[in-house]
Design a protein around this ligand. Structure first.
Ligand SMILES: *Cc1c(COP(=O)(O)O)cnc(C)c1O
Length: 372
């Protein structure tokens, strides 16, 4: 507290009024905790669904060559023109139906700020935690529609809830983080047909599964497909996401987006990666194969139940409390994610790593569960 301010307050004859910053904050924000992720140097990192394989060295070299020619004193291209052209080519959606963001996370916030503020957003829980957080930040009310016992989206419940004219956005994550299952195109189309809300399909893990809703965009003006370079494309550290929709939707979103949201370096890196999509086919196929092996091995362990996944992670429960298994794995140098707070009591989520990492994880888990 500033002394002069204190004296001034006394002089005004008032009782001393303590400054309380939390009174300046909207009520919805008071209950939020900062999103902090602990770092554990030197562990086998299987907690954040990153790609365990680094970018091919030839692509890294090409990125550095390109970036070297850039003027860092200049602002980046605010519309990420070159990247959006590549995105258009890669996805088959016209350039003005594409938009790039500082990670898919930023785009989630931009979508809610544009369409959700003052209204409601439907979330199919258990699902990715940022939908709820960004909805609150954007001043929209998150409305949770629980998934069914097998984690399938409850279509009828979603459609019924969305009859409320305050519902502006419905978010469906497919494959869903953290449950791993997909929602079929048929089911997504059913929701699209029967609602006036915007339907956002988060395909952050789309490259690890077969179907994509991108093929539905031409037909449905209320569809937005969200994607990222963080998972299949090994660029989590550079924060690049994108969305695909019909041009009128993108036009609204561009009004709200920060003008220079995506830095020069990241724009080049993503552009370069899209020049070489074939280079990633091999590692993506390896991850899918490793996922199937890991799934079978997990379910072979006594007391372990793993849920089928079409992403690059597997969620599972064991005979012991999740917290205990998490801590024991960490002591053995393996970091996974406790997804209890994501609405899956006593469950852990493990990212599919390199085969040798998956082996070490399985061995550590067997030790902890005293199997063999
Ligand atoms: C990882 C993840 C994202 C965030 O992707 P970024 O591009 O790294 O921000 C978005 N949605 C889901 C479901 C995710 O799991």
């Amino acid at each position: 507290m500033d002394f002069d301010y204190f004296i001034e307050d006394l002089r005004r004859g008032g009782a001393f009024l303590a400054f309380n910053v939390s009174l300046l904050v909207r009520e919805e924000l008071r209950s939020l905790e900062p999103y902090e992720v602990m770092t554990y140097p030197g562990v086998i990192k299987l907690d954040a669904n990153e790609n365990p394989y680094e970018l091919p060295p030839a692509i890294v070299e090409e990125i550095f060559q390109q970036v070297k020619r850039q003027d860092f004193n200049r602002y980046p291209d605010s519309l990420a023109g070159q990247l959006r052209e590549k995105l258009s080519f890669y996805s088959g959606i016209p350039v003005d139906g594409t938009m790039a963001g500082n990670g898919a996370d930023e785009l989630i916030l931009t979508i809610f700020l544009t369409f959700g503020s003052g209204g409601k957003v439907i979330i199919t829980s258990p699902t990715f935690s940022m939908y709820r957080i960004h909805s609150l930040i954007a001043g929209s009310k998150p409305v949770e529609v629980p998934r069914q016992a097998n984690f399938r989206v409850d279509l009828e419940a979603v459609i019924r809830k969305a009859e409320d004219p305050d519902v502006r956005v419905i978010v469906i994550c497919s494959p869903n983080n953290p449950t791993g299952n997909t929602t079929s195109l048929l089911d997504i189309a059913e929701v699209l047909k029967r609602t006036h809300a915007l339907v956002v399909v988060d395909e952050a893990y789309g490259e690890f599964t077969k179907e994509s809703c991108i093929s539905l965009i031409n037909e449905y003006p209320n569809l937005v497909v969200l994607r990222t370079f963080s998972k299949a494309f090994s660029l989590a550290g550079l924060r690049i996401g994108y969305l695909l929709a019909q041009p009128p939707t993108v036009k609204e979103l561009l009004k709200v987006k920060q003008p220079f949201n995506l830095n020069t370096f990241s724009q080049y890196a993503a552009t370069m990666v899209l020049d070489h999509p074939a280079e990633f086919k091999g590692t993506i196929a390896t991850i899918i194969k490793s996922r199937e092996t890991l799934f079978a091995n997990l379910n072979n362990l006594q007391g372990v139940q793993a849920f089928p996944s079409e992403a690059n992670f597997i969620t599972f429960s064991t005979s012991l409390p999740a917290k205990e298994v998490f801590n024991s794995l960490l002591k053995k140098g393996i970091l996974v994610r406790n997804v209890t707070t994501m609405g899956l009591p006593e469950c852990l989520r493990v990212t599919v790593g390199r085969p040798e990492e998956n082996q070490l994880f399985l061995k550590a888990l067997k030790d902890i569960l005293r199997l063999e």
